[in-house]
Design a protein around this ligand. Structure first.
Ligand code: S3P
Length: 167
């Protein structure tokens, strides 16, 4: 991969990744989508049927399959927790998308697709984010703040401030 987006749920990884790839004429991969394809099931169904541990094993496996492809990869919010060193050693630029907890909470509200967020109030979401924050920061080469920016603006920020070029 040329560039990998990491960050908490609702920080904009998938939207930004897709747009960034389109703008640069690069391939785009969304890890959750690829996991869904590998299992022929939705993420929430995998969690429900097989549990988080199974999901994490699959996530790591699919990540290892995809890593050699060229392009941009959006990870899931928990991918870094189990693959920090692997991501760091992958040679890809690792970009952290950071958003404040109020924006995240708004984006995740009523979202039934994210099994780990469905039953969490804002305080609990914040606690989970804080639990992960150190690893996000350790893994990232660069951080972009997304609160006040549109996806297009974030994409432009990334293009102007990191070593990623059109094909
Ligand atoms: C998860 C985030 C989700 C998805 C799964 C677990 C997490 O991805 O991988 O539900 O542990 O934070 P998004 O960050 O795209 O929501």
């Amino acid at each position: 991969m040329d560039l990998i987006l990491i960050g908490f749920m609702g920080s904009g990884k998938s939207t930004v990744g897709k747009l960034l790839a389109k703008k640069l004429n690069l391939n785009f991969y969304d890890l959750d989508v690829e996991i869904g394809k590998a299992c022929d099931a939705e993420i929430k169904t995998i969690f429900k049927k097989f549990g988080e541990r199974y999901f994490r094993e699959l996530e790591s496996k699919v990540l290892r399959k995809l890593i050699r492809e060229d392009g941009i990869l959006s990870t899931g919010g928990g991918t870094v927790m189990f693959n920090e060193q692997y991501l760091k050693n992958s040679g890809a630029q690792i970009i952290l998308l950071e958003a404040d907890i109020n924006s995240i909470d708004k984006r995740l509200n009523f979202d039934q697709e994210r099994p780990l967020a469905t039953n969490l109030n804002i305080k609990e979401l914040y606690a989970l984010k804080m639990q992960r924050q150190e690893q996000y920061l350790r893994c990232a080469d660069k951080i972009f703040y997304t609160n006040t920016l549109t996806p297009e603006e974030i994409v432009n920020e990334i293009i102007n401030n990191s070593a990623i070029y059109p094909k």
